[in-house]
Design a binder for this molecule. Structure first.
Ligand code: AHR
Length: 496
């Protein structure tokens, strides 16, 4: 099969926001405890952070991490997680029916973000928490010493403010599973009150209102419209969440999922545009895709019940090759919509639906780790609208899908091509541009014979990034051949 990609430096969608390469860390299962923070591990540093996990997370070049949940946040009281560790209470977490010892809290999370060189993003409790509690957290994090909560931070060893810029106004408040779930009008009042007090405490923060937790929700888009109309300029972003899977073992349909991610982005964007125009807002809301991933194999109620234990193993999804191709598909969709998707967070990072799994003395990088890294290490630049001519197929539920999925960015004197061959046959690709291509800077591929192949502790290198030979450039065009079921990331140099 053959496909062509037509790329022009003049057809610019928008700057690719670096913040779309974010992650998410929730107090859930073995994500924080035993995942990233494990003082008992031989691999922990003096702060209790796993050095091997830190090194792997650094490889992902994350730009932001959302914390502490998720559903967990809707019952979380941040004051439980600060101050001397021996005085912090152990509490019941009703979201995941687990025990929370609060040994890792705000200060430790900020320390982690500093180590990873990324922006912290905190989600306040709008389930059982009050707008005032949320405001107090902003003061704790961001105010100079001299007032109550800032002074508590200083007493805890941090004289200088943490300067947390991004704040989520609760989590998935449209879902009946959420602690404190309420109808849209009710949530909107809470969110508006909280955001006002939070912004009154620190004018520089950016807030994210809870949008729909999935396109499958009965209140999808109506929820978003109602919330945005009420919260107005008190929110800067609206959240989108999406978990996808291949429950029917239909790989072509699964790989076509980016069609529906594109649709979700366009629908929520339309809602934001509607609200901005209808209410003559001076500025529009942008999209914060603050939870996204593949998640379906470890998703029964059993997988989500901690049975009153501390750090129980929950939703430890094992990722295969086709899952990695879908992870690449999400990121390519965000790049194609660079004008509106400004933040995105892979949910989650370690053990809980994570690209990284841990045991006490070992760590494993899953297939999805590699897909994410291949794109995040090529962040930056502007997204270009590329025109694809490719054979297509009819997917069962996601319409007509192109065998070639793509995103293209122009970053100074480099062009990045992100390309997936969704077919079970080889795909010969020609790229036609209006710039002089002077060489191949790097080319990588993630592929294999079987969509179900996985990495495990005994065979950790089954689905890994490999060098991709065979990219040739000739004047303003490039050509290469992608094997079946493959994702490639190619960086070409561009002449004057
Ligand atoms: O990421 C796991 C859970 O999925 C989050 O806590 C919740 O927001 C979503 O439903």
């Amino acid at each position: 099969m053959q496909a062509q990609l037509h790329v022009s430096k003049h057809f610019r969608i928008g700057e690719v926001s670096p913040l779309i390469f974010g992650g998410f860390l929730e107090h859930m299962g073995r994500s924080v405890y035993e995942g990233i923070y494990d003082p008992d591990s031989p691999l922990a540093d003096s702060r209790g952070l796993r050095t091997d996990v830190l090194a792997a997370l650094k490889e992902l070049e994350l730009t932001t991490v959302r914390y502490p949940g998720g559903n967990f946040t809707s019952g979380y009281h941040w004051e439980d997680g600060v101050g001397p560790r021996e005085k912090r209470p152990t509490v019941r977490d009703l979201a995941w029916h687990s025990l929370e010892t609060n040994q890792f809290g705000t200060d430790e999370f900020i320390e982690l973000c500093r180590e990873l060189e990324c922006e912290p993003m905190l989600a306040v409790n709008l389930g059982t928490g009050t707008p005032e509690e949320a405001r107090n957290w902003v003061e704790y994090c961001n105010s100079p010493v001299g007032t109550k909560y800032a002074d508590i931070r200083a007493a805890n060893g941090h004289e200088e403010p943490f300067d947390v810029k991004y704040w989520c106004l609760g989590n998935e408040m449209d879902g009946p599973w959420q602690i404190g779930h309420v109808p849209a009008e009710h949530y909107a009042v809470r969110a508006q009150q909280a955001a006002k007090m939070m912004k009154d405490t620190d004018r520089s923060i950016h807030t994210v209102a809870c949008g729909s937790s999935s396109p499958a929700m009965p209140t999808y888009l109506e929820w978003d419209r109602t919330v945005l109309e009420h919260v107005g300029a008190m929110a800067d972003y609206v959240s989108l969440h999406r978990y996808v899977g291949n429950s029917h073992d239909d790989t072509p349909n699964f790989l076509a999922v980016s069609n529906s991610i594109d649709k979700q982005i366009m629908a929520v964007d339309a809602c934001c545009r509607y609200v901005a125009e209808r209410h003559r807002l001076a500025k529009r809301h942008y999209l914060c895709f603050d939870e996204w991933n593949v998640w379906y194999k470890a998703r029964t109620p059993e997988h989500m019940n901690g049975r009153g234990k501390f750090a129980p193993p929950l939703v430890e999804e094992v990722y295969n090759l086709e899952d990695a191709l879908v992870v690449a598909g999400f990121l390519m969709s965000f790049i194609r919509h660079a004008d509106v998707v400004k933040i995105a967070n892979l949910a989650q990072l370690v053990n809980v639906i994570g690209p990284i799994l841990t045991r006490k003395d070992a760590m494993l990088k899953q297939s999805t780790f590699y897909a994410f890294k291949m794109i995040s290490t090529r962040k930056g630049g502007v997204s270009l609208r590329a025109n694809t001519t490719s054979p297509t197929y009819s997917s069962h539920t996601r319409g007509e899908a192109s065998y070639l999925d793509q995103a293209v960015t122009l970053d100074g004197d480099k062009i990045n091509l992100f390309l997936t061959n969704r077919s079970r046959e080889r795909l010969d690709i020609s790229v036609w541009t209006d710039v002089e291509l002077t060489g191949v800077i790097s080319a990588e591929i993630l592929t294999g014979d079987d969509p179900k192949m996985v990495n495990d502790y005994d065979s950790p290198d089954v689905v890994v990034t490999q060098p991709f030979d065979g990219v040739s450039v000739n004047g303003t065009s490039a050509s290469f051949s992608l094997p079946p079921l493959a994702f490639s990331a190619i960086t070409l140099s561009v002449g004057d």
